[in-house]
Write a protein that binds this ligand. Structure first.
Ligand SMILES: [Mg+2]
Length: 264
């Protein structure tokens, strides 16, 4: 299986203009570190991506981070970023755009944030400004204030027709549309129309991208696809079982990109 995948990479590398490179960022281009703001993309990997962006159909970073934050971390103006669960797009030399389906909910999210700031921040909760999604953190408050946060966001979310999800110490409200790495993958492919596309990921949310690539191939939109998994202790087992090629760490990712760039 993996010999075939390497051979495929080599053949794409001989005609890189037909290929799209789609990649997660944390755990793929940047090694996982204790806190996300300590993350860094190794310089060699950045230069390799820069060279590839000039040769390939498109290079896209697809991340759960805000698109601006993804750009700051990768440090390349030349590539496209899909951020914030696939809700945001940042094209080369452009400004952050919200995907059109989510745009009608922008004001509602802002209204919820405003109300949460008035009602919940005096109680010790923290309202994080994330643009098209609202996150209210209550990790550092008493359990009853936490309950009040959840109830408040659930009630307001329902009134404003937003989707509310509760995580560990955080309650989030977002537009009630599907947006994930799979929808982002489809948008990149539809916009740039490559013949072949690969996605490199390391975690559960990346599986949506793997599955969307498979669909795009079945639909005949893509000729060839490669799902490349970066193996880790914490990653889901599907990262290995659903991948066409499994690599280790950013060194493994670098090897993949070198082959594509015809440098290995
Ligand atoms: Mg990741």
């Amino acid at each position: 299986m993996s010999d075939k995948a390497w051979e495929q990479l080599r053949s794409w590398g001989r005609d890189p203009g037909t290929a799209a490179i789609l990649t997660d960022i944390d755990g793929v281009l940047a090694p996982i570190v204790p806190t996300p703001d300590m993350s860094e993309v190794p310089e060699e990997l950045r230069e390799l991506l820069r060279r590839l962006s000039g040769r390939c159909r498109v290079v896209a970073g697809i991340s759960g981070r805000a698109a601006e934050d993804a750009l700051r971390l990768v440090g390349l103006e030349e590539i496209v970023y899909y951020g914030n669960h696939g809700f945001e797009i940042l094209r080369p030399e452009g400004e952050v755009e919200i995907v059109p389906e989510a745009e009608p909910y922008k004001e509602k999210v802002e209204e919820l944030e405003r109300r949460a700031r008035e009602e919940l921040e005096p109680l010790g909760a923290f309202v994080e400004e994330k643009g098209i999604t609202a996150s209210i953190h209550y990790r550092n408050v008493s359990p009853d204030v936490g309950e009040r946060c959840k109830e408040f966001v659930e009630r307001e979310g329902e009134r404003l027709e937003l989707r509310v999800t509760v995580g560990r110490g955080v309650v989030e409200a977002r537009p009630p549309i599907r947006a994930d790495k799979g929808t982002a993958t489809r948008k990149v492919v539809e916009e740039y129309e490559p013949q072949n596309a690969l996605f490199i990921g390391d975690d559960t949310t990346d599986l949506d991208a793997f599955r969307e690539l498979e669909k795009l191939r079945e639909e005949g939109v893509l000729e060839e696809i490669l799902r490349i998994g970066v193996k880790s202790e914490e990653g889901p087992p599907e990262m290995v079982s659903e991948a066409d090629l499994v690599v280790e760490g950013t060194e493994g990712v670098e090897e993949v990109l070198r082959v594509l760039a015809g440098e290995s």
